[in-house]
Design a protein around this ligand. Structure first.
Ligand code: ADQ
Length: 457
């Protein structure tokens, strides 16, 4: 049986010192690594001199990380990954920064990874590279003589051709993807955008079953939506910690309906638009005053990047303004919390919430939507309100779908959700849960690995 080699910017293999529960992706990949006796490569998250790999094995999983220099981090991670590719791939050309040093740093760091990883690879290993930080890695590994089967999975959207061509050297970046044997996207929509680009910009020929040919090279491009570890999340939602969190929420709700939002603090998540929609709701429904509140949990992320500091300020301003306008002596309409919570606490909060409000302007998938569904009480489920622009909207069609740019669309969906009879809530939840339970993170992993093993056979 071949070994599995996973490469991603950050490694979330289990560590001896970390007590916290892992996310679904980490669970799925580490269980595959354990079964296949593999290695997970990535950046340590630290700055340091030299690029030596440090290996560690814990709980049957080996990880290998390297430090990056301050300059690498600035140009590769904070720069090209998070100030060029992330905004561009989320359709935010207005926030995209094009700096030559960023591109240079990105290619340099990818070359370092290729150089360090190549000698560790054995002949039969399957290689699975993750996300926008590592697009050229496959090509660079091929330059190092690596002939293995290689797959790439993109966790974020693939942008429309007309946006992507704004990236200097876009063609070079996309061409490098043809070093992989299989490329996976979260949705059919992102896959379609990719197929549009390669046919219009590179004269690729599309064949059956997702094959894409340029010259003599044929690869496969597939849609393969990521899921959560549904079984674990349901168990967490039924556990003691979640129950305590649920009770704590119920006590502080005192009969009010809770609307919950949980997101990394990121402009792609549509938080100011969400607050504007909720504000519209409060203005349109004075009779709901003191009967509903929004809990927004948003831990800061990527704070080295200015736009991320700006979004935090914007939200603090909006929260203050909306609370100032609508609050009463015994009621605050928005509770805004800037920190992370353990997964089982989140599960309890989701269960206590009558509405899960997920309104990204653009999102590769959005796992919070799936976690909200998994955490619900089957006998009294809440309602998921979901942006039509989240990748998850392709699967979760029974959510109340909204346009996050329209405050009225959000406001009307909140009212519909609060008025929804129990029978309809149950029906919608059942069909959402069927998908979340079946197409979970293990299904996703298997589908991708099967595609990789079968490619070119
Ligand atoms: P993210 O942009 O990080 O992921 P998302 O899919 O929502 O977005 O995953 C976030 C995860 O972090 C969820 O598991 C969530 O529960 C957790 N989280 C968020 N806020 C938290 C908090 N306050 N405390 C604790 N946990 C919190 C990228 C893409 C997504 C894609 C994923 C996976 O942008 O579109 O779904 O990768 O492919």
């Amino acid at each position: 049986m071949s070994r599995l080699i996973v490469v991603s910017n950050r490694v979330s293999a289990p560590k001896a010192q970390s007590g916290g529960a892992q996310g679904g992706l980490a669970v799925a990949l580490t269980s595959a690594l354990r079964e296949h006796d593999g290695i997970w490569f990535g950046w340590s998250g630290d700055a340091g001199p030299g690029h030596e790999l440090t290996f560690s094995t814990y709980d049957g999983v080996t990880s290998a990380t390297l430090d990056l220099s301050e300059q690498d981090i600035e140009e590769y991670y904070d720069g090209y990954a998070n100030r060029t590719l992330w905004p561009l791939f989320h359709y935010r050309l207005d926030l995209t920064e094009f700096e030559r040093e960023f591109q240079g740093g990105y290619e340099r760091v990818n070359a370092v990874f290729a150089e360090k990883i190549a000698p560790e690879i054995q002949e039969d290993d399957l290689i699975w590279v993750h996300d926008y930080h590592m697009i050229p890695l496959g090509w660079l590994l091929r330059q190092q003589g690596c002939r293995n089967r290689m797959g790439f999975f993109l966790h974020i959207p693939w942008p429309p051709t007309r946006l992507l061509v704004a990236l200097p050297d876009h063609r070079r970046l996309v061409e490098s993807l043809f070093a992989y044997d299989v490329i996976g996207f979260q949705t059919n929509e992102w896959l379609e955008s990719f197929r549009h680009y390669v046919t219009h910009e590179m004269d690729a020929v599309l064949g059956p079953d997702g094959s894409v040919t340029i010259g003599s090279r044929t690869i496969r491009a597939i849609a393969c939506p990521i899921g959560i570890d549904t079984g674990e999340f349901v168990e967490a939602a039924n556990g003691k910690t979640a129950h305590d969190a649920y009770e704590r929420m119920a006590e502080s709700n005192i009969g009010r309906d809770l609307i919950v939002g949980v997101d990394r603090l990121d402009y792609s998540k549509g938080l100011p638009e969400r607050f504007a929609g909720y504000e519209r709701y409060l203005a349109k429904h004075p009779e709901r005053k003191n009967k509903v509140y929004l809990l927004q949990i948003a831990p800061p992320s990527r704070t080295a990047v200015q736009t991320y500091r700006d979004i935090r300020q914007t939200l603090e301003g909006l929260t203050g303004r909306i609370n100032g306008e609508f609050a009463d002596i015994d009621w605050v309409p928005i509770r805004y919390v800037n920190r992370g919570f353990p997964r089982d606490v989140l599960a309890g909060i989701f269960r206590a919430a009558r509405i899960g409000l997920v309104t990204p302007l653009r999102d590769g998938m959005n796992l919070v939507a799936k976690e909200y569904v998994a955490a619900q009480d089957p006998d009294n489920p809440g309602v998921l309100i979901l942006s039509q622009f989240a990748g998850a909207a392709e699967q979760l069609t029974e959510a109340l779908m909204i346009n996050p740019y329209s405050p009225d669309s959000i406001a009307d969906a909140i009212e519909t959700a609060l008025e929804m009879p129990l029978e309809e809530r149950k029906e919608r939840w059942r069909s959402l849960m069927d998908i979340v339970a079946y197409e979970d993170v293990f299904w996703w992993r298997q589908r991708f690995v099967d595609a990789l093993m079968n490619q070119g056979q």
